[in-house]
Design a protein around this ligand. Structure first.
Ligand SMILES: *Cc1c(COP(=O)(O)O)cnc(C)c1O
Length: 230
């Protein structure tokens, strides 16, 4: 089942790229493995999937320790400052940086380990009360601070779009994210990259790709429904 699901997702990524006149090589699929057993990940690895997304620090660390060979782990969920120390040397990319306070802690812990940590700034583009992420009007304030940190590299932006029935409803948000990325890019700020745009989940990744996503985070579409009761 995992193989069929993965093939379908890759096919859809290709289709969306064709629609948008983009090269599928520009889009990285992150398989969101939260709540799923390591055995599922080990199976996907045999199909060539190297990027995995987790939303909890503890679960990422457990899987990191127990997997048969290294893969790339993405932290996609909200990160509490007291957990930063466990994750800075394990995540290839932290998608969810949403405050200067959190960035300061990442800088501190990364400095201790002499690392440079790759991050994305999470933007709450639809201004939902229930979602983490900064308001886009604050983006330059946060970038201006983080750009001077020696142990953090800003690689781009991330957003979690609203839960909607019809993915077309999120097109406007994805468009805004792309425009924001381009605005920041055009300022040529030292020491930051704006090459990653992480947006799109099972329900809306095709629309996100059409609007410029370079990284999509797909869980259910690959692994099937999650059961939080076990
Ligand atoms: C769970 C999760 C996803 C994947 O969601 P699906 O709808 O299962 O594809 C993507 N991004 C974040 C931040 C998540 O927490």
């Amino acid at each position: 089942m995992l193989k069929e699901n993965l093939d379908k997702v890759n096919e859809n990524i290709k289709k969306a790229c064709e629609t948008a006149g983009r090269n599928p090589k520009e889009v990285t699929l992150v398989a969101v493995s939260k709540t799923k057993p390591l055995s599922d990940i080990e199976e996907l690895m045999t199909y060539g999937v190297e990027e995995y997304g987790e939303n909890k620090v503890q679960e990422l660390c457990d899987k990191y320790e127990n997997i048969s060979r290294p893969v790339n782990w993405h932290l996609i969920g909200h990160l509490q400052t007291n957990k930063v120390k466990y994750i800075v040397d394990k995540a290839c990319l932290i998608h969810s940086v949403d405050s200067i306070h959190l960035a300061e802690e990442i800088e501190k812990q990364a400095a201790k380990k002499n690392l440079v940590v790759n991050i994305l700034i999470q933007v709450n583009i639809a201004h939902e009360d229930t979602k983490f992420g900064i308001d886009e009007t604050n983006i330059y304030e946060i970038i201006d601070k983080i750009k001077d940190f020696k142990h953090i590299k800003i690689k781009g932006l991330m957003t979690i779009a609203p839960f909607v029935e019809n993915p077309e409803e999120n097109r406007i948000h994805f468009k805004k994210m792309k425009q924001l990325l381009l605005d920041i890019k055009s300022k040529n700020i030292d020491n930051i990259d704006m090459n990653i745009l992480s947006m799109g989940m099972t329900n809306d990744y095709m629309v996100a790709i059409e609007e410029g996503a370079t990284m999509v985070r797909v869980g259910t579409g690959i692994f099937g429904e999650r059961n939080y009761n076990i």
